[in-house]
Design a protein around this ligand. Structure first.
Ligand code: ZN
Length: 159
């Protein structure tokens, strides 16, 4: 695993932090691109497979490299191929993965300073610093780049 100077991580780096168990659990999960906001944070929805009364979880992802409204597709793609920050709204991410994601500095938004010693006693729970939804998101983010670019440009139209 290769972490850069400031411990940020690319999609490939982050995927390398996942355990085989979580990788297996990610298989029935489907992540779909939902939207991208004006500052370049993309939202994906994944089906909530195991939680009753919960139709989906929300994953958010943003490149570390900033880009403006006039960005070309090439530069946009470059940003997404660089370091990214991610987050998921699910309980697994919130209570178990957030601390590791904070340690590696790829968490998007509020940092999680409390270690997950109580909720994630090794080795009974799948290891890794991301949940199965983020694993799935990272697998589908690149094929979605053209769609994300189109929507990003559209959100800035007329400015
Ligand atoms: Zn999740």
């Amino acid at each position: 695993m290769r972490f850069k100077k400031f411990y940020e991580a690319t999609v490939v780096d982050i995927r390398a932090t996942i355990g085989d168990v979580t990788k297996g659990r990610a298989k029935p999960v489907k992540s779909e691109f939902k939207s991208i906001n004006k500052s370049g944070t993309a939202t994906f929805y994944s089906n909530a497979v195991t939680t009753e009364d919960q139709s989906h979880w929300e994953q958010t992802i943003k490149p570390v490299k900033k880009f403006g409204k006039n960005v070309s597709l090439v530069k946009f793609r470059e940003a997404w191929n660089g370091d990214v920050l991610v987050r998921c709204s699910c309980h697994d991410f919130r209570y178990r993965r957030g601390y590791g994601a904070t340690e590696e500095n790829f968490i998007l938004g509020k940092k999680e300073k409390r270690p997950s010693n109580i909720t994630n006693p090794p080795p009974t729970f799948p290891k890794g610093k991301i949940c199965k939804h983020v694993e799935n998101l990272l697998a589908v983010v690149k094929p979605n780049i053209p769609k994300m670019y189109k929507e990003f440009k559209a959100s800035h139209q007329g400015e």
